[in-house]
Design a protein around this ligand. Structure first.
Ligand code: HEC
Length: 224
């Protein structure tokens, strides 16, 4: 019986070790794999992220669950700014953020149509998207001339290569982080509001708890 227990304990530790080891080897794919420390309450970062997205990503990727005018309101820009700086497709402000590429063309051109990015930070994670965009490297065997350390064999070209060349590393990382922040917002436009509302709700419940406790004491003091 004792031996049996020991075997179970040993196999438990072995499986724990293998899980930890495989997780750390995923992280080691690139020694530059960093967490995305974005902040969706930072509206300046969201505005820069939107500018970056519409200039560099919206040609291929849509955000089909987000409307232009709602986005403008949420990130704090006027409708004039929206029309002059962010809408390049002739869309109306109340339209959802789509793009002009047909899915079959996308499949034909890239081998795999560029996915809609509304949910990308929720399906994967902010950190995944952040590192995906920072992990392109030249690969002469690939049709796009690049490959990606985070997603091997990706059909996405390295859209940001000119910037990556021009900017220093810190600048480039923060450029990408703003895009990730914007995509995090797009994944759940109500997130910032939900969080700040949450604080009010918890404070209310806390005050209510104190009041009801005082009331409880008061009522029961007669009984005891
Ligand atoms: C020239 C077209 C094009 C542009 C511009 C482009 N992408 Fe892509 N993107 C693609 C294609 C094609 C895929 C599908 C690649 C795949 O699944 O391998 C893709 C996939 C992705 C993915 C999903 C990766 C995954 O693991 O599934 C993310 C995230 C992404 N793109 C982000 C961006 C961002 C952010 C920008 C702007 C900086 C951008 N893309 C600009 C073509 C493009």
């Amino acid at each position: 019986m004792k031996i049996f227990n020991k075997v179970i304990l040993l196999s438990f530790f072995l499986s724990l070790f293998s899980v930890v080891y495989s997780a750390s080897s995923v992280e080691k794919k690139s020694n530059d794999y960093l967490p995305a420390l974005n902040d969706i309450t930072d509206s300046k970062s969201l505005q820069r992220g939107a500018r970056n997205f519409f200039n560099y990503c919206a040609g291929c990727h849509s955000l089909k669950y987000v409307r232009y005018n709602q986005m403008a309101k949420d990130i704090g820009i006027s409708e004039e700014q929206l029309n002059s700086y962010l809408i390049f497709t002739g869309a109306a402000p109340q339209d959802v953020i789509s793009m002009n590429m047909l899915e079959e063309d996308g499949n034909r051109w890239f081998g795999k149509a560029p996915p809609d990015l509304s949910m990308i930070t929720r399906v994967n994670s902010n950190t995944y998207v952040y590192n995906f965009l920072r992990s392109f490297y030249p690969d002469k065997d690939s049709p796009t001339g690049v490959n990606n350390k985070v997603k091997d064999g990706t059909s996405m070209p390295n859209i940001l290569w000119v910037l990556q060349d021009e900017m220093d590393k810190k600048e480039f990382d923060s450029f990408v982080l703003d895009i990730v922040n914007f995509l995090d917002y797009a994944g759940e436009p109500i997130k910032a509001k939900r969080k700040s509302l949450g604080i009010w709700v918890i404070s209310f419940l806390f005050i209510f708890l104190i009041l009801s406790f005082a009331l409880y004491k008061d009522i029961w003091k007669e009984v005891k």
